[in-house]
Write a protein that binds this ligand. Structure first.
Ligand code: UDP
Length: 247
């Protein structure tokens, strides 16, 4: 069973858990046909989703900590560390690898060509089935009912890669009408699965500097995220530093 231990970071209840506990929780929800929703909270999530914060208080939703900024905030605000670093890029493959059930997965988001590569990876490397795909640009905006398409696809899982906060808004708005049992907001995951974007070398991941590698690759797009938005994150943490810990 997943721990109920939650740390409040800028009004978001962030679950203190581990990859195996989280994977077991999701698998058991899918097995019991109970809906679950997973969000990976990094500093960008906290800043971009701040206006949606009240909508995250739902027992089906699990928010986990992603990245160095969240660890620093937890240490400064609560004097403790998270149990693990849970980012979507590492956790989602782990989840699919350990799943005993072959899952039907709908991939929403990313560029059309990226989606083809991600679908190939899901099938051939992770051993699951692609129930359907919809890109996050023309596909998402073409007016047809995506909810019906996903329901017709009989997907068990919907992965949404539209960036913060578009992916969170989409899941919060649509997951109730969709019969799939597990939803996750996965950011740039399909870019990594397709090989369109490289992961940082292992040593950089180990010293928690993957964010710097991504910044060097895409300085124009990510500069604001790691300067102004990082500052906004700090301000939010300080402003909403109470209450501290619920368990
Ligand atoms: N994306 C999309 N539609 C949009 C904006 C973004 O499908 O309107 C996709 C984009 O192609 C990328 C993903 O959303 O695959 C999110 O990428 P980002 O690098 O911002 O995610 P993060 O840094 O949060 O992991």
């Amino acid at each position: 069973m997943i721990s109920n231990n939650v740390v409040m970071i800028a009004r978001f209840p962030v679950r203190v858990t581990s990859p195996d506990e989280l994977a077991a929780h999701i698998s058991s929800c899918i097995g019991a046909s109970k809906k679950s929703i997973l969000f990976f909270a990094n500093t960008n999530f906290i800043v971009k989703c701040r206006l949606l914060v009240e909508r995250f208080s739902n027992e089906n939703i699990v928010i986990v900590n992603d990245g160095l900024g969240m660890d620093i905030a937890c240490m400064l605000l609560h004097g403790r560390k998270f149990r693990s670093n849970l980012n979507g890029t590492d956790f989602m493959p782990y989840f699919f690898m350990q799943s005993k059930q072959k899952l039907r997965v709908f991939l929403l988001g990313g560029q059309p060509a990226t989606l083809n590569g991600a679908a190939y990876y899901l099938t051939h490397t992770l051993g699951h089935e692609v129930a359907g795909t919809c890109d996050g640009y023309d596909g998402l905006n073409n007016g047809s009912s995506l909810v019906d398409t996903i329901n017709d696809s009989r997907a068990d899982v919907v992965l949404v890669a539209l960036g913060n906060a578009q992916q969170e808004e989409w899941i919060l708005a649509n997951s109730e009408q969709i019969n799939a049992k597990f939803f996750a907001g996965v950011g740039g995951l399909f870019d990594f699965w397709s090989g369109d974007k490289p992961r940082a070398p292992k040593w950089m991941q180990n010293i928690r500097m993957e964010w710097f590698y991504r910044l060097c690759l895409e300085p124009k797009r990510l500069y604001k995220r790691y300067t102004l938005d990082a500052l906004k994150f700090l301000v939010s943490c300080i402003k909403y530093r109470k209450p501290s810990i619920k368990s």
